[in-house]
Design a protein around this ligand. Sequence first.
Ligand SMILES: [Zn+2]
Ligand SMILES: [Zn+2]
Length: 334
Amino acid sequence: MANHNRDDLVVLRPEGLYCPRGDFHIDPWRPVPRAVVTHGHSDHARSGMGQYHCASGSLPILRWRLGEQTYHAHAYGEPFTLGQARVSLHPAGHVLGSAQVRIEVDGEIWVASGDYKRQLDPTCAPFEVVRCDTFITEATFGLPVYRWPPTPSVAADIADWRRECGERGEAAVLFCYALGKAQRVLAELMAWDAQPVLLHGAIAAGVEVYRQAGIVLPETRPVTEQARGTDYAGQLVLAPPSAAGSAWMRRFRHAQQGFASGWMRLRGNRRRRNYDRGFVVSDHADWPDLLRTIEQTGARRVIATHGNTDALIRHLCEHGVAAEAFRTDFGDEQ
Ligand SMILES: [Zn+2]
Ligand SMILES: [Zn+2]
């Protein structure tokens, strides 16, 4: 199905997405000499690369997750040269410092989106539409059923849920990804709830990185600093999904468990994982925003990565856009 030709600015290699004219990879999953990394999630930022090119805003996150490496940080929109390619990074609106990669060679322009969303997020720069000939888009939620409610209303629901839990003598333990989602939920909660939020250690580390980068977040306290026998009724606690069902949970005795994720749009996902509540908040584009973004880029050709590429490709082909998929190792942050 793929009709690649040798002029393609990005091709799929066993190591990951590769730009032959610039001799660099984008978010490679195997060690390579030169990587352009779109953001800090573990399926995009891996150790073992000779050089890391990233957006300046992503640098503290990469340092937190990968330690000291050879980093080349670039301001958004500032072009740099790799091989014969003129490269620049542009906000993707996904997490702090996340970037799309714009590649230009001989007037031809390709953009690799990395992960992105269009909803406003107080913890990162908003997505920038970059016009291009070929757009490599993520398609994590590439099905028409995925449509996101406004995040402020979801934050209000979370605040209400915490109060309801308090009335029943329960803690409200909310599971969310430690990089991006937790900080976004915290920032959105500030408008609805003045009570400090308790954090699992894995979440606290990332929250500190965001604070150091100047992102305003509400008051938080580490769960580990709470005295033995603390009554957690009415407390909101953020924890990574890996803490669900672990011994760490026992301290709460009476607790409701919620999950903040785009996957919660499907009720079956919540029931299967035994969450009491699902809150639909995602750092990826929903179906209408995928289609809107693809149209706005003006791309004549689209290459989809991540999850549900089939429905998106079919839809685009039916609407006269040449669309295909790259089979990648990108996942869902976990
Ligand atoms: Zn991501
Ligand atoms: Zn991803």
